[in-house]
Design a protein around this ligand. Structure first.
Ligand code: TYC
Length: 113
């Protein structure tokens, strides 16, 4: 005879539980990422924007010039993707640096989908 049938016949272990077992996957949620955006304006000098991108985003001159031109032509560009804390720091650094040099350059952050 099958062992389960033997066990049930003797009622040695079946406690009559009819509950549904719901398996739960252990969720390791990674923190959300944030895009840092640079906005175009008519007054901030191109060289200043290139300098900002080199200084605060670790881009080389060619990469910085390319992104500056994208912002100049399209109005906005993503300059990097970071954790919330790092993105906030980058935005604050750019905004403070622009303000100190009296340029209207705007930098913002936006949660990634
Ligand atoms: N449009 C500016 C100019 O013609 C250059 C510029 C580029 C300004 C990018 C801001 O985020 C910017 N001087």
């Amino acid at each position: 005879m099958h062992r389960d049938a033997v066990m049930m016949a003797g009622r040695s272990e079946d406690d009559g539980d009819t509950s549904i077992l719901t398996a739960t996957k252990p969720k390791t949620k990674r923190p959300p990422l944030y895009k840092v955006l640079l906005l175009n304006d008519d007054f901030t000098p191109m060289e200043f924007v290139v300098h900002v991108l080199e200084r605060f985003f670790g881009l080389n001159h060619a990469q910085a010039f390319e992104i500056m031109l994208t912002v100049h032509k399209k109005g906005v560009a993503v300059v990097g993707v970071f954790s919330h804390e790092i993105a906030e720091t980058k935005v604050a650094q750019v905004m403070d640096f622009a303000r100190r040099h009296q340029h209207p350059l705007q930098c913002t952050m936006e949660k990634e989908d």
